[in-house]
Design a protein around this ligand. Sequence first.
Ligand code: UD1
Length: 420
Amino acid sequence: MYKFVIKGGKKLSGNVVVSGAKNASLALMPASLLSPGTFRIDNTPDLRDVTTMSQLMESLGAKVSLKGKLQVIDTTGVEKFEAPYELVKKMRASIYVLGPLLGRYGYAKVSMPGGCAWGPRPVNLHIEGMEKLGAEVTLDSGYIIARAKKLRGARINFDVSSVGATGNIMMAAVLAKGTTVISNAALEPEIVALGEFLEKMGAHIEGLGTPTVTIEGVEDLSPADFENIPDRIEAGTFLVAGAMAGGRVKVSNCKPADLTSLLVKLEGAGAKLETGKDTITIEAPGQIKPVDVSTAPYPGFPTDMQAQWIAFMALATGSSILTETIYFDRFKHVPELVRLGADIEVKENIAIVKGVKSLKGAKVMSTDLRASASLILAGLVAEGTTEVLRIYHMDRGYERMEEKLRGLGADIERVQSDEF
Ligand code: UD1
């Protein structure tokens, strides 16, 4: 196990390059199950979640390699159709193999993902969607077992906007017979990237990036190459780091338009921003103005930036309110931020953040991926030394985080640790 040891108070400045999007990779990889052959996906991040998805794909019979940023997937040898509990419990996104396996092979057995650190995360929309497409789905000994001779296009309306269910249904519907219309489809850039990859494979899709996605099923698909999009949450995390501990920080290889909701809030807090084609430069505010935020599906403020935003607001000149509308219990970082001296109260799905003058270093524990990011950000500005334990959560979704932060001038070390 490793921990981060951060000596706070170093001003950040310089350029940081964003990696490929984790959440896009986790959808693109299983999409390759839809055709036998060799796929090349460039700008793939080297992350623990990507390794877990590679292990899952390999357990199905695919070959996956990552050299630099180029991932090569060969799906010729796929002959198993089961996602075992051991892998799904490590990463919920494993459920993404359900749609492509069912669509192509007519059978999939996927362990039910349980809850996660921030509460229950159901998969009912995935299952109901597959049933609408004509699959027979049973739940047996903790597994979802789905069967269909040939899926048939259907009209599917999601009661809540779901990234995973939209992606999974898209992957199932591209090989179904006839037309599938998904309404209240997720608009997230990672879903658009998945759709564009499927189109490169020969799928017929209309309305990507809109709430109504129409898919005309085709007989078969072919392997394709693709360039993954940049990780907007990683970019957002470095922008908040710049807002808290800059200086001037330039975030490169990002898509400014995908980050609009965050950029508006950063400006509201007093940060100065300059955007280029694929860069955003942030100048930290002298004083951080309190700004209320409510999380929402894209293009709203991402729930995956909520923990980092709370760390930022902990140092504002007044009180702000954070409303979490996607995952009501996603506040495990709050008691840890309080240990660093933040003044935050959580009532149901609302966090009331009263800005304090400074934070003070302490030992804190990360409980999930974005919680770990918020603790690292807080540690960068806290007085003295902060130790962030259990950084394996961070390794799931941030590539070389400490190296990138050191490049900006942070004093952060990865240290072996037996502490839990
Ligand atoms: C994805 C992201 C995750 C992000 C989340 C919300 C990936 C791999 N993960 O997760 O980082 O935090 O989107 O932006 O892309 N829901 C149901 N039934 C379902 C599915 C979802 O009720 O069958 C609910 C969830 O509980 C949640 C909301 O829908 O309240 C949105 O969840 P969803 O978009 O599905 O999240 P994920 O795809 O799991």
